[in-house]
Design a protein around this ligand. Structure first.
Ligand code: NAD
Length: 484
């Protein structure tokens, strides 16, 4: 398996919030891996910008430690790391004031690809965009990358879009959702639109239902003050699960091209029916002898914020009318697992005797862990004893099928950053998409507030509240087990 690394043009990447948690754990280690793979031009520069007391030497030490901590030992080559660190610079600046901006201006070069990664709280996005313009740091083709959360509701997302639009055109704005950078998510598109096998069956006539699960074992540890104002609906459903839903449900775009893909995703969001309260379950984790409850974890007495949400959705269009989509996400669940499962209908008529064990086909697309796909097919149980049917998986775990090299594919962040440098927006959310997703989410959250809805409690490391199981049981269906 030969990995194909296409070098990119010389670039300057400025990371606002370059000393923060996201930069340390994801962005900088990812950039090192791109450098190691030879994808980064020799003269590329990475400029950390943050308000803490630091200089370039100190920043190089900071990044050295981050790479050693978050890159696998096998990829941590001291000589390469030393060369990578030379690419790094640091500018101390205040996003809300004037300090440091002339220093950043002195480093800026409009002849290169310029990318500005806003790895800071969203309250700083507008101020940074304004100063990039005011100090003439960003050239005409500069790109900005903005992190989640993109707004708190439709009104704030729109205001944020407007504040960025004052200084940057839509084709310069990259709203990142790292779920879209995952290898399997892109493979979902390859599977659907690169094969003849699935697309003819990919509709309400042949698909019984679709399940999308993003389960975490972690609690809100340390992020409680942010999370308690947000909850699973805002933190996970409005963005990550909605994006997975769109890619699963959308019509084939005419081209694998940014606006063609994003137009199709937007149509799905707009075709979502409003969800009635009986089709949603909210949950919040209890504590046990080993872990504290959500309330203690988030340090929020009597909070009614949900750490779990499960829901049944309907898409009102020709393709999906009558096929429900079940979404579920939560913290402190049994295992860390993200997957999309397409459950096909049973054959219209069985020629076999009733108790032969025939079931429906199931295609599961695993995002994490063990990225891969798995198609459950029915075959005859080998041996004598008549026609007994069993399900067997046609398993394509990438590591098994394509070798360890392929399984060790770039992390979502590094892939997306390289897309920014190349100027490819396909895997980034457009402004109208984000606003539409909020427009669908807002009435649901508003309804909870009006009804003073309280989340159902669930045990830590379980599958979530009992009520979530009932959501499918009442339709004669069941969730896939949450299992690594
Ligand atoms: P953090 O608090 O760890 O770091 C914030 C960074 O911003 C620091 O480098 C700090 O120096 C800088 N900063 C703060 N105020 C500033 C100012 N006035 N001027 C200049 N610099 C300033 O935050 P984080 O966890 O790295 O998150 C950054 C962004 O990424 C947030 O929007 C967050 O929601 C988002 N995000 C983070 C994660 C994650 O895993 N940490 C995941 C997804 C999204």
């Amino acid at each position: 398996m030969v990995s194909r690394v296409i070098p990119v043009d010389p670039f300057d990447l400025v990371i606002f919030g370059g000393t923060g948690d996201l930069a340390r754990r994801k962005i900088l280690p990812g950039l090192y891996r791109r450098f190691l793979d030879g994808q980064m031009p020799e003269d590329a520069r990475i400029i950390g910008a943050a308000r803490g007391e630091m200089d370039t030497d100190g920043y190089r030490k900071f990044v050295d430690a981050a790479v050693r901590e978050f890159v696998s030992e096998k990829k941590c080559d001291s000589k390469v790391l030393k060369a990578f660190l030379k690419r790094l610079h640091f500018v101390q600046l205040d996003a809300l004031g004037d300090q440091g901006w002339p220093d950043l201006k002195a480093l800026s070069d409009h002849e290169r690809v310029q990318a500005f990664y806003f790895s800071v709280g969203p309250s700083l996005f507008g101020a940074i965009a304004e100063r990039l313009h005011k100090y003439e740091i960003a050239g005409a083709d500069a790109r900005i990358v903005v992190e989640k959360p993109f707004g708190h509701d439709e009104a704030t997302a729109r205001a944020l879009n407007e504040s960025l639009a004052k200084h940057f055109a839509e084709h310069q704005i990259y709203r990142i959702d790292h779920y879209l950078g995952k290898e399997t998510v892109q493979n979902l598109m390859a599977l659907r639109f690169g094969n003849m096998l699935f697309e003819p069956l990919w509709n309400a006539q042949y698909v019984d239902h679709i399940q999308i699960t993003v389960a975490e074992t972690v609690g809100v540890e340390g992020r409680g003050s942010y999370y308690d104002k947000s909850g699973a609906m805002r933190d996970m459903v409005q963005n990550h699960l909605m994006q997975l839903l769109c890619l699963t449900a959308m019509e084939p775009p005419s081209k694998f091209e940014p606006n063609a893909v994003r137009d199709e995703k937007l149509k799905i969001i707009r075709a979502l029916d409003p969800v009635s309260p009986e089709d949603i379950v909210r949950g919040q984790y209890r504590g046990n002898d080993d872990v504290v409850s959500y309330l203690e974890d988030a340090d929020a007495d009597a909070s009614t914020t949900e750490s779990f949400v499960a829901m049944k959705l309907q898409i009102s269009n020709w393709r999906w009318n009558g096929t429900p989509f079940y979404l579920r996400t939560g913290k402190r669940l049994r295992d860390r697992m993200s997957e999309i499962v397409v459950r096909f209908k049973e054959p219209p008529h069985s020629i076999f005797e009733e108790d032969t064990g025939q079931t429906a086909n199931e295609l599961s697309i695993r995002l994490q862990p063990n990225e891969g796909m798995d198609l459950k097919v029915t075959i005859k149980e080998p041996g004598l004893g008549g026609m007994r049917l069993i399900d067997v998986p046609l398993d394509m775990t990438f590591a098994d099928a394509l070798g360890e090299e392929a399984a060790d594919s770039p992390d979502a962040y590094e892939r997306l950053i390289m897309d920014v440098i190349r100027g490819n927006q396909t895997l980034f959310m457009r402004g109208d998409e984000v606003e539409a997703a909020w427009a669908w989410t807002d009435p649901i959250i508003e309804g909870w507030k009006e009804r003073r809805d309280k989340p159902a409690l669930y045990d830590p490391f379980s599958s979530g509240p009992e009520e979530a199981l009932m959501l499918l049981h009442k339709d004669g269906r069941r969730w896939r087990e949450i299992r690594e």
